[in-house]
Ligand binder design. Structure first.
Ligand SMILES: [Zn+2]
Length: 372
């Protein structure tokens, strides 16, 4: 689509992108042959289609089963390194300038790797990716978010792992992932407490399939600095007879404290959050001025790119380039980077977005949102 190409030329950042959800089908086929793993297809196009179709069944549980194949191809240090390096390259090709790759080391120990070796391998791959990007004239800032599986019981151990690699392993933060129903964030409260004691950063997958209680638990009990998805916060808003929106206390807290929502529209359509893009909560969340960022979640499973997500949302809600510029800059502001590094990144991103949003002024008469 033409709009996808338009957004590919604009600088974007990705906060919510799983390393094990963005493998190149051709890479998987090569690795699977080496390690003796049976994939659903050995044709790259067909394999890509299989992931997209299988992940589109409408439930998060079914969606998560596809990861068995990607994770099977990420069990050796060299494979983790390669996947991380390609993760950077694929984002660079899509006009992304910074990003955090999240993944759960505890799922990558099936062939004898230790947790620390696995994290070091991903760091090496991200460093190689950044070096490739710099030498190609398109610098990229890559970090990893070390993730624990929420149904398992290794949260504290994984939090300690993240802390061990915060200074040398490009680990910018921590997260919990996996099926949300029945696994509230506070199951891992000890991990979050430990991270706070150590002044470290974390986001929490919450408000994807879970109810408001899950978001309350993530924000108020566990102290999430960002929300992975978080879109169900829309259920704490109502409209009165005159169509005016009313926010509940939790929604007001999340909006007013500017807690970034890592929104992943295509992924949400596949897991049943909404049926069509036009019905996705992101429209209401933007209208109500939540701190919305745009992400892919799993590019392989959703057959998508970040540029495509911008294009889809833009088309579904008739958003101006100015509004999407605000989303892109909100993403940059929410990265778990040093303040100075973020400020520099925003400064670098601004001119390109200002150039294209200058056209918005003529049609809408509205100045860019950050000037209001
Ligand atoms: Zn996710």
């Amino acid at each position: 689509m033409a709009a996808e190409e338009f957004f590919r030329n604009l600088p974007k950042v990705t906060l919510h992108d799983h390393l094990d959800g963005g493998l190149r089908p051709a890479t998987m086929i090569e690795i699977a042959a080496e390690v003796g793993h049976q994939l659903p297809s050995t044709d790259p196009d067909e394999l890509g289609r299989w992931f997209h179709q299988t992940a589109s069944s409408g439930s998060l549980t079914a969606y998560l089963t596809t990861f068995e194949h990607t994770i099977a191809c990420m069990q050796r240090a060299d494979d983790l390194r390669r996947v991380a390096r390609e993760w950077v390259a694929d984002h660079v090709a899509d006009g992304v300038v910074a990003g955090e790759a999240r993944w759960a080391p505890e799922q990558h120990l099936q062939r004898g790797l230790g947790l620390d070796e696995a994290v070091a391998a991903v760091a090496e791959g991200l460093r190689e990716g950044m070096a490739d990007a710099a030498s190609g004239g398109t610098p990229f800032i890559a970090r990893q978010l070390v993730t624990a599986m929420r149904h398992a019981d290794r949260g504290l151990e994984i939090a300690e792992l993240a802390l061990r690699h915060r200074d040398t392993g490009l680990v910018a933060g921590f997260d919990i992932a996996g099926g949300e129903a029945g696994n509230p964030p506070s199951r891992h409260l000890a991990a979050f407490r430990r991270l706070r004691e150590a002044d470290f950063f974390y986001t929490i997958h919450s408000g994807e399939e879970g109810e408001l209680a899950s978001i309350h638990d993530a924000v108020q009990v566990c102290g999430a600095l960002r929300l992975g998805h978080g879109v169900n916060i829309v259920n704490d808003t109502t409209r009165d007879a005159r169509g005016r929106h009313r926010l509940g206390r939790l929604a007001r807290f999340v909006r007013d404290q500017r807690i970034p929502l890592e929104v992943c529209p295509s992924s949400n359509l596949q897991t049943g959050v909404a049926t069509t893009m036009a019905e996705h909560p992101i429209g209401t969340l933007l209208w109500l001025d939540f701190n919305v960022t745009l992400n892919c979640d799993n590019r392989l499973m959703s057959a998508t790119t970040l540029s495509r997500e911008y294009a889809l949302v833009s088309e579904a809600f008739g958003l101006s380039t100015t509004q999407l510029a605000q989303v892109a800059l909100a993403g940059a502001s929410a990265l778990f980077l040093d303040h100075a590094e973020r400020a520099q990144l925003i400064e670098q991103m601004m001119p390109a977005w200002l150039r294209v949003s200058a056209n918005d002024r003529g049609t809408s008469g509205q100045p860019p949102l950050w000037e209001r």
